[in-house]
Design a protein around this ligand. Structure first.
Ligand code: C2E
Ligand code: CA
Ligand code: CA
Ligand code: CA
Length: 279
């Protein structure tokens, strides 16, 4: 028993070492990913439930690695955050998303907001407000064409000037969304102090919304509270017509999920219909 215990230990410890090496390798490869043009943004449609109109998208990062194929953000965003690389990658994302927002907006086109994910680290390093202003200027993107998605945990960082930065974005005309809402720790009174436009209900609540009473009640409560605070509500992870119907009935404005489309390359997105309304 003792020996097998030790073997087990060796086995796990070797696995740990391998995964640490793996992380190091990914990190050094990620350092070169931008210059090698291996990063790409995919776009997932956001649909207004009232009439099925395509009103925006979320930009989601993909890493097309030479040998590994497409690496999922869950595998490399954490590494990018821990190593600080997210700051440079994040700037690339901002630039690229704003460039595409220009192509999708402007003369005669209906407003299409492109949502961009930001990591806490990007608020803590450098001058994000200045960076973003520079990107808007360089690309010709209007502030109204983008939305920034941040997570609740960012609002708990009392040390940094997050509140001031969010106010600055707001005064530029950029809207702010709280991502993964319901999975973090923010007290509602706390949330109300921040300039926020949109709450995105986390997909874990949407998954069971038509099968589990508890999820259904939670989603209804979140929508009610959001509207009291004058936030717009986006449901993420919408996969079925039943979920969409429930959300529409209970006043959720916008839906995003595989029901309408997976994240896809820019060119593919440009072939989508402007309305998801069958009939
Ligand atoms: P997120 O911001 O919560 O993005 C939503 C995730 O849910 C995406 O995963 C999307 O592909 C997935 N999803 C969308 N609809 C459905 C659905 O109907 N069912 C299911 N099961 N999943 C759905 P993805 O693209 O793998 O991204 C994972 C996470 O990586 C994102 O979660 C975000 O936190 C992070 N991320 C992605 N791109 C960026 C970026 O440019 N910057 C930063 N800082 N983080 C990013
Ligand atoms: Ca997001
Ligand atoms: Ca989310
Ligand atoms: Ca998430």
């Amino acid at each position: 028993a003792k020996r097998s215990g030790r073997n087990k230990f060796c086995f796990y410890s070797r696995q740990l070492t391998e995964s640490a090496n793996e992380r190091l390798m990914l990190e050094s490869e990620l350092r070169r990913a931008i210059e090698r043009k291996e990063l790409e943004l995919y776009y997932q449609p956001k649909v207004r439930l009232e009439d099925g109109a395509l009103i925006g998208s979320e930009a989601l990062l993909r890493w097309k690695h030479r040998q590994r194929g497409v690496v999922s953000p869950d595998k490399f965003i954490g590494i990018a955050e821990d190593s600080g690389l997210i700051v440079e990658i994040g700037e690339w994302v901002l630039h690229e998303a704003c460039r595409v927002a220009c192509a999708w907006n402007g003369a005669g086109k209906p407003l299409h907001k492109v949502a961009i994910n930001l990591s806490a680290r990007q608020f803590q390093t450098g001058d994000l407000v200045r960076t973003l202003r520079g990107v808007l200027e360089a690309t010709g993107c209007y502030p109204e064409w983008i939305e920034l998605e941040i997570t609740e945990s960012l609002l708990l960082d009392e040390e940094s000037e997050v509140l001031e930065m969010l106010k600055a974005f707001r005064s530029l005309g950029i809207s702010i969304a709280i991502d993964d809402f319901g999975t973090g720790y923010s007290a509602l009174s706390y949330l109300a102090r921040f300039p926020i436009d949109t709450l995105k209900i986390d997909q874990s609540f949407i998954r069971n919304v038509t099968t589990d009473r508890y999820s259904a009640e939670l989603v209804k409560a979140i929508v009610t509270i959001a509207h009291c605070l004058e936030y717009q509500v986006v449901a993420e992870g919408v996969e079925t017509e039943e979920q969409a119907a429930f959300l529409k009935t209970h006043g959720c404005e916008i839906a995003q999920g595989y029901l309408y489309g997976r994240p896809m390359p820019q060119q593919e997105f440009e072939c989508l219909p402007l309305s998801f309304n069958e009939t």
